[in-house]
Design a protein around this ligand. Structure first.
Ligand code: ATP
Length: 490
């Protein structure tokens, strides 16, 4: 079996193939020994030291070969990674004239990998020499005992035929021995895959997607959107320090809350906790009085709309991105696009000189792309790269509007969005979700100055939580200090 065809098998097929070949060749070797020994019983005395030598060499080889194979795999992976990264970023590489640099990196990696591969090849040659020796010795012993036995039988013609059979069997043993060792080491190498599967199967899985509580919840839960964090503590992994260190806040229904705080204070972790991407260490979070821990993940996550810091679009069309489950008709999709300012009803009639009056200009100054969306079948490339970051956020807002969620979380984009676009996104967000409870993780203070409430996070706790005006009047307060500092910078 050549290397290329072997790579085309899946892991379980490889295991079956090498396992079956291993057992097959073992049976062949054993049957050869049985045939030769039954014709010339003294053969067994010569075989014993050879078997000892063979097992010793096989163990030595398997141990070394396994490590060399590992080296080969470890040095091979970065080549594949660099290759796919290069293909992804070929435009940037060409634009910056970095071909030479990448070429050198690739050649260096291939050199290192080939060194490891050469060693595996050298190990196979080493083994072949020993196995050939072993096989030749077996043939020699078979011949030797046949001649001896023939002499003692005084020229028995029937025995001459049997001796020929015994020697021809012994001749095939070299190949079988070679194959047995190869298959044994292949089987062992492939067992690494089983080890990995076992590790994966032991990874703790997420909480159930649906629970009994879901059935008792009204279909329009949460009707109000009241959110309570009760002494909520969260750590990302066991052994890591707490990120939320006992958060106690109560967000009234339909409130617009701006969350601020220094970097690393735990602002984005609020979203992680609400969506149960990471479970709370202790404490609880309630939405409309229902502990979210008792709600199934599917139900919970379908009720909370998220507009992440780096909005992601999938390759497909505008339609598949807005409505992946094909639940809404075109008019509804056009409506939400128009609301966020990405589409004008005038464009629908292919007269692109005017945009919706209320959001005029919303689609015209959003970064690279200046054209509003003309059709729902318009292509969206992988990651939405043919849309500017601002437009991607507006698309995600449109998607969130379709869900009709009563709780909306927005992690403000920090990069690539200018202040004006940011303000526009905020305005669309506030107007479109005026009946929902909105939590905005803000990186620019001016975007949350007109919020109902401001939460100042500090070291995983709610340091301040009040209306912007009362926080601003609090001398020595954190929010006031942040505003003063940003005014000085501005
Ligand atoms: N996936 C993760 N695994 C482990 N620790 C994490 C993870 N994500 C965040 N953290 C840690 O949690 C803390 C709070 O992170 P978080 O992203 O909530 O801060 P933030 O206030 O939103 O910061 P920023 O304003 O920079 O976005 C940080 O110390 C961070 O190192």
């Amino acid at each position: 079996m050549n290397r290329f065809s072997k790579d085309m098998y899946t892991v379980d097929e490889q295991l079956v193939v090498s396992g079956r070949s291993y057992l097959g060749t073992m049976a062949q070797v054993l049957s050869t020994i049985v045939v030769v020994t039954s014709i010339t019983p003294k053969f067994i005395f010569g075989l014993a030291p050879l078997l000892f030598f063979y097992v010793h060499q096989q163990n030595f080889f398997t141990m070394t070969y396994r490590e060399l194979k590992r080296l080969d795999s470890v040095t091979r992976s970065p080549i594949y990674a660099l290759l796919s990264e290069t293909l992804d970023g070929v435009l940037t590489i060409r634009a910056f004239g970095a071909e030479e640099n990448l070429n050198k990196r690739m050649i260096n990696m291939v050199n290192v990998q080939q060194t490891a591969y050469r060693l595996t090849f050298a190990a196979q040659c080493w083994l072949s020499v020993r196995l050939e020796f072993c096989g030749t010795m077996i043939v020699f012993v078979a011949c030797f005992v046949s001649i001896m036995q023939h002499g003692t039988r005084g020229g028995d013609e029937l025995f001459a035929g049997l001796a020929g059979l015994s020697i021809s069997f012994a001749l095939s043993i070299t190949q079988s021995l070679n194959w047995t060792v190869r298959m044994a080491s292949d089987l062992e190498a492939n067992m690494v895959a089983v080890e990995r599967i076992q590790q994966y199967s032991q990874i703790p899985s997420e909480a159930p997607r649906l629970t009994e509580t879901d059935e008792s919840l009204p279909s329009n839960w949460p009707v109000e959107g009241r959110i309570e964090f009760i002494n909520s503590k969260l750590r990302y992994r066991p052994g890591l320090p707490l990120v939320l260190k006992g958060l106690n806040i109560s967000i009234p229904a339909q409130a617009k809350v701006g969350v601020v705080g220094r970097t690393g204070a735990g602002k984005s972790t609020l979203m992680v906790a609400l969506l149960r991407l990471v479970e709370l260490d202790s404490g609880s979070i309630k939405i409309d009085g229902v502990d979210i821990r008792s709600v199934g993940l599917k139900t919970l996550r379908s009720k909370i709309a998220v507009i992440p810091q780096d909005p992601v679009l999938f390759s497909g069309s505008v339609r598949t991105n807005l409505d992946p489950f094909d639940e809404f008709d075109d008019d509804r999709l056009f409506e939400v696009l128009q609301h966020v300012g990405l589409y004008s009803s005038m464009v629908k009639n292919y007269s692109s000189n005017s945009l919706s009056s209320h959001y005029s200009g919303a689609s015209s100054n959003l970064g690279g792309r200046t054209q509003p969306i003309k059709s729902l079948s318009e292509t969206v490339t992988e990651g939405g790269t043919n849309f500017s970051v601002g437009q991607r956020q507006l698309m995600v807002i449109a998607r969130a509007m379709l869900t009709g969620a009563q709780v909306v979380i927005m992690d403000e984009a920090t990069a690539s969005v200018d202040g004006e676009t940011d303000a526009r996104i905020q305005r669309v967000f506030r107007e479109e979700f005026k009946n929902a409870t909105c939590i905005t993780v803000a990186h620019r203070l001016n975007t949350i100055m007109d919020s109902d409430l401001v939460l100042v996070m500090d070291d995983g706790r709610a340091a301040e939580f009040d209306t912007p005006s009362s926080l601003l009047s609090r001398e020595g307060g954190l929010f006031k200090a942040l505003v003063d500092a940003s005014e000085e910078e501005g």
